[in-house]
Design a protein around this ligand. Structure first.
Ligand code: NAD
Length: 340
């Protein structure tokens, strides 16, 4: 069977039975393409009457080419995807893209559909974005009688998304959570209902606040240890079996050869993994939401101030290179954080 490359015409009206068996995946970047493929393989590849549709501002043709023979359809716009599918999953960079895709595509389409169709529609947004933006989008979706969950993910592109081992941190009503669970199970291992709308994002942002700080201090310790003459593999093994153990030392170690049996991004010149720009975005989300909540996060603010234009697209463990550069230049790394 040849890959289906036909463009979909705006459909859906009067075709509710087909729409009920259709799922659209919007956003096929580093994470989305792996998640979409797992969902397609596990839920759609063997089914003759269901339909899987993909949509991306740039990468849709690239996605289809990767899976020759797979019956995957393409939607030209998020509006078309919504007309076609009862389940719509989004995996976009951040708040501006989610606002754009929902406000100019998904919501106008939902508002055009009859209630008989909107009341069966489920929107799952897996983007990491601002909690308040997510809540306001969800309110607009729910106003059309559709369901929505925020379901950001924890886990990287290869160990998590590609391996189907993501953790989904879900915010939404009990009904929306129950409906999203069997879909998310195709892409992840742990599906956790964190609370009402926005709760999944709140949990995700807190997790990444810890991770962003953790990766920097691991870089500092690895640099200091090697400067003091320790073998990076010995230091990693010691810390990995001591109280300093954490994901950044034992999985995402920033020093080549420190984890001889693994292949973290530092072994590939820090390519792949989780881009520094995305981590900085998440640290920004944490400082915004912390400011609104009146909650002090001095270490988070210090971590957010670490920025190096050449490292934006490299894995965020490349902060180690930045620290090395500072050491070579003979500068103490000093980050200004306002005193309380
Ligand atoms: P990415 O930039 O690789 O992918 C985003 C995709 O969205 C791109 O393919 C882009 O073309 C598409 N897009 C943008 N605007 C669009 C629009 N208007 N219509 C349709 N498509 C559009 O990002 P990613 O690494 O896949 O991350 C996605 C989200 O997951 C981010 O919020 C990120 O913080 C989060 N996340 C990423 C990782 C990771 O390891 N990469 C891990 C956990 C969570």
């Amino acid at each position: 069977m040849k890959a289906s490359l036909r463009l979909l015409n705006a459909v859906a009206f009067g075709r509710s039975s087909q729409r009920s068996k259709s799922t659209s995946f919007i956003g096929l970047g580093r994470m989305g393409q792996e998640m979409a493929y797992n969902l397609f393989s596990k839920q759609f590849a063997q089914s003759k009457d269901s339909q899987f549709v993909v949509c991306d501002a740039v990468l849709r043709a690239f996605f289809i080419k990767q899976f020759p023979g797979a019956k995957i359809d393409i939607a030209g716009t998020p509006e078309e995807a919504t007309m076609t599918s009862q389940t719509i999953i989004t995996m976009l960079p951040s708040s501006p893209q989610v606002l754009s895709v929902y406000n100019t595509g998904i919501l106008p389409a939902l508002r055009m559909l009859p209630e008989e169709l909107t009341s069966k529609t489920l929107c799952i947004d897996s983007t990491t974005l601002d909690v308040d933006v997510a809540r306001s989008v969800a309110l607009d979706v729910v106003a059309t009688r559709s369901f929505m969950v925020d379901a950001p993910v924890s886990g990287g592109s290869s160990n998590g998304a590609k391996a189907g081992k993501l953790a989904f941190l879900v915010g939404g009503s009990d009904t929306a959570f129950k409906r999203s669970h069997p879909i998310l199970e195709n892409m992840g291992q742990r599906i956790i209902h964190c609370g009402p709308s926005g709760a999944g994002l709140a949990a995700k942002i807190c997790n990444n606040l810890i991770l962003g700080v953790q990766q920097i201090v691991v870089g500092e310790a690895m640099l200091l240890g090697t400067k003091l003459g320790l073998d990076p593999a010995v230091l990693s093994s010691v810390v990995g079996s001591s109280t300093g153990n954490c994901w950044s030392i034992s999985v995402n170690n920033p020093v080549p050869s420190a984890l001889p049996e693994q292949s973290p991004p530092c072994e590939r010149e820090y390519e792949g993994g989780f881009a520094t720009a995305l981590m900085l975005k998440d640290m920004g989300l944490a400082s915004n939401v912390a400011a609104l909540a009146g909650c002090p996060i001095p270490l988070g603010e210090a971590a957010e101030a670490f920025e190096h234009p050449n490292l934006a697209q490299k894995d965020f463990s490349s902060i180690y290179l930045f620290l090395k550069e500072m050491m070579k230049a003979g500068k103490a790394v000093k980050v200004d954080v306002e005193s309380p």
